[in-house]
Design a protein around this ligand. Structure first.
Ligand SMILES: [Zn+2]
Length: 107
């Protein structure tokens, strides 16, 4: 899930909101009006058209998975180490390109 803030400019000054979308940005789970704390969750995700609209990604939320461990990198970045049976994967660039990294060693 990703949390985005709409940055579209509307001719009629329609206020923009914060949206909670799936990774493909085609479904909306919730929205929140800027300045309010509680997002409004839909009972079922609703479709959203992002055509001709601009968004700024505020936060990407990884699916909560008990096999996923958060590892803090040396620069303070958070990586996600995932265990699936004997297979261990990491979300960092080093793992992506070399298939190994220091994060998976400590798990
Ligand atoms: Zn890593």
């Amino acid at each position: 899930m990703i949390i985005v803030k709409e940055t579209s400019t509307w001719v009629d000054n329609t206020p923009n909101h914060i949206y909670f979308l799936d990774d493909s940005m085609s479904k909306m789970f919730a929205y929140s009006i800027e300045g309010t704390s509680e997002p409004f969750y839909f009972k079922k995700p609703i479709g959203i058209s992002t055509k001709h609209r601009t968004f700024e990604v505020l936060k990407k939320v990884e699916d909560v998975d008990e096999n996923v461990i958060e590892v803090k990198g040396s620069k303070g970045d958070i990586y996600y180490v995932k265990k699936e049976g004997d297979k261990v994967t990491c979300s960092c660039q080093s793992f992506k390109y070399r298939g190994r990294c220091k994060h998976i060693e400590g798990v």
